[in-house]
Each structure stands twice: as C-alpha cells, then as structure tokens.
Design a protein around this ligand. Structure first.
Ligand code: ADP
Length: 181
C-alpha cells in the first residue's frame, strides 16, 4: 500500500527488512551497537561482518549509541547501500520519556539520511519487539515524525517504507497512515 504526501512516497509493506532494495535500511539496534536479537540479529547475519567492523569503530570513537540517536554504516552484503542504526527506548509504562525517545529515533535517522543524500529508506517497527513499546502508540509516533520531516520540505528522502514483520503491526500502520490525508 502506497501513499503520496508532499511528493514523498510512504509505503507500508509486510516483509523482512533485510531483503529491502532501498538505499538505506534502519536497524533497531541497542546501545552497544554489537548486534542482538530480532531485526538487529537478522541485519548483522545477512549483512556480514563489515557492518559490525564499522560499528566497533564507532564505539571506539563515541562509545556506543545513546537511546534516540542514530549512526550510519555500510550495509555490507545487503542490497541497501547504508544501514542507519538507531536505538529505541525500552518501554517502561511511559515513565521514562519513551515517546520522545522513539520520536528522536525517527527524526535523527531521517536527518542522518539527509546528510548522506539518501533518497529511499526502510524503517522497521522500532522498539515494538523485545523492547515492548505498545504497537499502536509506536506507529502513531513513527508516522507523525515522518510527517514532520516531510512537511519541512527540505529532505533528500523521497521514499519511506515502513516494513512490518507481523500482521498486527501491518494493519496498525495501514490504519495510522490512512489518517494522514
Ligand atoms: P526492539 O528491541 O527495538 O524492540 P526487535 O528487533 O525486537 O527490536 O523488534 C522490532 C521490530 O522488528 C518488531 O516489530 C519485530 O517484529 C520486527 N522484526 C524482527 N525481525 C525483522 C526483520 N527481519 N525484518 C523486519 N522487521 C523485523
């Protein structure tokens, strides 16, 4: 399902993000940047060790990645050119600014994409797996953050894909995006 908003295409798909052919995929990483379970494990497995080698260099430079921030590496063996690693918040009943931190994941990833002149980017449903962020709230934050960037009208990004892995997220995203117009 595809929607156009201010000449930017927003797509919702149900897929494995490691198969994406867009310029850049986003990883729901953890602060260590050394890989983990879920989508993080899948990206590192499919992309090969080039990705972790660059992550280690970033760790040496800045000591990992704080929650809500984003860093960029090669995509190794993946079809994408880049992986943006962002660290979502662990859900803690909304008591630790999780909503703002999740919003920062989307905004910082898109700002980094713009710095690298990236035209197309695929996002997983950050924090909705092991980190247990409520799915509907997470989708609303994802869509409104992306909308904020698009309304700014000065990003290199022309295509944004929300790649859902489970049916529940897929249907939540379709509903949330339809509320855009
Ligand atoms: P987090 O720790 O941020 O919650 P997870 O990887 O556990 O990260 O989950 C984030 C989302 O990514 C979940 O909705 C999960 O279903 C999804 N996911 C897991 N593997 C993949 C994959 N290969 N492609 C796309 N999404 C995936």
């Amino acid at each position: 399902m595809e929607f156009e908003f201010n000449s930017v295409y927003i797509e919702v798909v149900k897929d494995d993000i490691t198969k994406s052919k867009l310029d850049c995929i986003v990883n729901a990483a953890n602060t260590s940047l050394l890989g983990g379970g879920g989508v993080d494990g899948a990206i590192h497995r499919a992309g090969g060790k080039e990705i972790v080698t660059e992550c280690i260099k970033i760790r040496e430079r800045q000591g990992g990645c704080p929650v809500g921030e984003a860093v960029i590496t090669t995509a190794g063996k993946l079809d994408a050119k880049f992986v943006i690693h962002t660290v979502g918040p662990v859900w803690n009943n909304g008591l630790r600014n999780e909503e703002e931190k999740l919003k920062n994941c989307y905004l910082n990833s898109l700002n980094l994409a713009n710095q690298y002149h990236i035209a197309s980017i695929a996002f997983p449903n950050i924090s909705t797996g092991i980190y247990k962020f409520p799915k509907k709230k997470a989708a609303e934050i994802a869509v409104s953050s992306v909308r904020e960037i698009i309304e700014g009208n000065n990003s290199s990004v022309r295509r944004i894909q929300f790649v859902c892995f489970d049916d529940e997220n897929y249907h939540i995203y379709l509903k949330t995006i339809k509320g855009l117009d």
